[in-house]
Design a protein around this ligand. Structure first.
Ligand code: SAM
Ligand code: DTB
Ligand code: SF4
Length: 334
């Protein structure tokens, strides 16, 4: 069966700038169903319209406050609702964060992303996190934070400090969300994204696949992201990292080609966004990662650790990029 013919032309020709055009979940689901070779070809075509296909952006992550989180996100090893062996720590001192950023820069990262296991920052935390942004930015790095929910004044304070990106994920489709998280709503997430957008900070927003959801839910997540107005500048696609002790440990792993399809559909529907091949790379072989780059992923987390789980060694990543002829995007472009 050739499902390509069932796609309305309007859905594929949606210009990136036409903000009131919306992706219907069924159109996105139909894209998922394309023969893989057609889908990859289309994704590469779109990718090449907006990006140098041989360039990749590197971000390094640092957990500035680990564990003991009040939320109950079913995938997360840092939730206080589960015992995963992750120890709860305090917010790191500013000087240590800046030192880690300096080392990341020396290793070749152009963006430094600071993550905290918080439901949202407390008023007393704001002075320290804004100072981190100021000093990391002062090193000549792009700055990114992911601290949980923000209100409008917190987003403004981070913008004033020089924050370039804020990461806050929708995680999954609205219809599946209630199976994964109960302590914050989908609307809470959309509200935070609106505050970030209004403050003038670039939005980094994506989700996780491999959480037992169906293709309809993956399409629902992508439609939600693509219909944000405007869609995010950066879209992390995470493959669930299963951590013993979390409710989602033991979930049937996703077919790797379905992961590649998710990346391709993100690329096609959010043509000018950076699509980040995020959590789960350590469990992928080199060929699968190369397929994800072919599908339009053009950004990765670089460094031996994500927040609490592993990421490929920097030396292995550098070797992979070399073998694929992928150049590292230089700083400056935001
Ligand atoms: N606490 C903040 C929040 O959730 O808004 C920021 C940090 S949180 C760890 C950032 C994102 O990491 C989550 O939204 C989720 O998408 C992703 N994540 C967490 N645990 C993961 C896992 N085991 N596998 C894949 N992605 C994960
Ligand atoms: C995102 O979407 N993925 C990153 C980043 N944003 C903050 C986090 C992945 C975390 C994986 C689990 C861990 O290491 O704790
Ligand atoms: Fe807390 Fe973020 Fe983990 Fe949810 S994903 S439990 S909010 S650290």
């Amino acid at each position: 069966m050739n499902t390509v013919a069932t796609i309305p032309l309007s859905a594929l020709k949606k210009p990136a700038a036409l903000s009131n055009a919306r992706w219907r979940v069924e159109d996105v689901e139909a894209l998922f169903a394309w023969p893989l070779m057609d889908l990859l070809h289309r994704a590469q075509q779109v990718h090449r319209q907006y990006f140098d296909p041989n360039e990749i952006q590197l971000s390094t992550l640092l957990s500035i406050k680990t564990g003991g989180c009040a939320e109950d996100c079913g995938y997360c090893p840092q939730s206080a609702h589960v015992d995963t062996g992750v120890k709860a720590g305090k917010l790191m001192p500013v000087a240590e964060v800046v030192e880690a950023a300096r080392m990341a820069k020396d290793q070749g990262a152009t963006r430094f992303c600071m993550g905290a296991a918080w439901r949202s920052p407390k008023p007393r935390d704001m002075a320290a996190v804004t100072e981190m942004v100021r000093q990391v930015k002062g090193l000549g790095l792009q700055t990114c934070m992911t601290l949980g929910m923000l209100d409008g004044s917190q987003a403004d304070a981070l913008k004033d400090a020089g924050l370039d990106y804020y990461n806050h994920n929708l995680d999954t489709a609205p219809e599946y969300y209630g199976r994964i998280v109960s302590t914050r709503t989908y609307q809470d997430r959309l509200d935070t994204l609106a505050h970030v957008r209004e403050a003038g900070i670039h939005v980094c927003c994506g989700g996780i696949v491999g959480m037992g959801e169906g293709r309809l839910h993956r399409a629902g997540l992508i439609a939600q992201l693509a219909n944000l107005d405007p869609y995010p500048e950066s879209v992390p696609i995470n493959n669930l990292v299963q951590v013993e002790g979390t409710p989602l440990a033991g979930t049937e792993p996703l077919d790797p080609f379905e992961f590649v399809r998710t990346v391709a559909v993100a690329r096609i529907t959010m043509s000018s966004a950076m699509v980040r091949l995020s959590a789960g790379r350590e469990q992928m072989d080199d060929a699968l990662q190369a397929l994800c780059f072919l599908a339009g992923a053009n950004s990765i987390f670089y460094g031996d650790k994500l927040l609490t789980t592993g990421n490929p060694q920097a030396t292995r990543d550098r070797a992979l990029l070399n073998r694929l002829g992928l150049r590292i995007q230089s700083e400056g472009a935001i």
